[in-house]
Design a protein around this ligand. Sequence first.
Ligand SMILES: [Fe+2]
Length: 249
Amino acid sequence: MSAVDKGLAAASGILPYRRPRPGTQPNHLHPPYVSSIKRAPTRPLIYLPHTLSEVTGPQFGAESVKVKAFDLTKQHCGEPLGERIIVSGRVTDEDGRPIRNTLIEIWQANAAGRYRHEIDQHDAPLDPNFTGEGHTLTDDEGRYRFVTVRPGAYPWSNHHNAWRPAHIHFSLFGPAFATRLVTQMYFPGDPLIPFDPIYNCTADEEARQGLISVFDWETTIPDAALGFRFDIVLGGREATPMEERGRKR
Ligand SMILES: [Fe+2]
């Protein structure tokens, strides 16, 4: 914990969340990902200690969630085209504790690799029965589950003949703004992954591998859908009272 965070914690009782380990999050500047050149800060970052608003909210409960929004294949009159998949997993903090009742949102391209969005002008068909958005809450064990179709790969303009591997976008708030995570899930064995500048923005090999889901027989539905498991770890508290006692600094 930084001296500033320590002082804040002592004065206010606010226990900050851990900052990510170096290399485990995408670099702000990763020149092969061309957009990052414009987006990356050009001046040194300023350290901001977590304040009450960052460690206590926002909170989204059952009232924020449509119960059926976990199933992206049932949002229209007809069935979407594509291979049915179950995407499920567990959300925990870095100490392995379940993150309960937390909102997870996903969005993705359809089976042909096309988003239902005006910016996406890729010459692939839209599917009238697929919007590509869903959300759900984790249960008491931190588990979540989505039913959807496997998204297609799609071309993008980053460089000549650039293709994004198939992926699903995830957004999680966790217990507080300080644990907010927006990420992408990939599929095992996808030959495009090693060439993807966005996947390669994350320097740490282990952290990068964590972006690839695992094929999961357990959640596969016979005759209907294949299963992929994607476990997600959000930042833990800088220290909990229990750990504080035993921790050497
Ligand atoms: Fe995407």
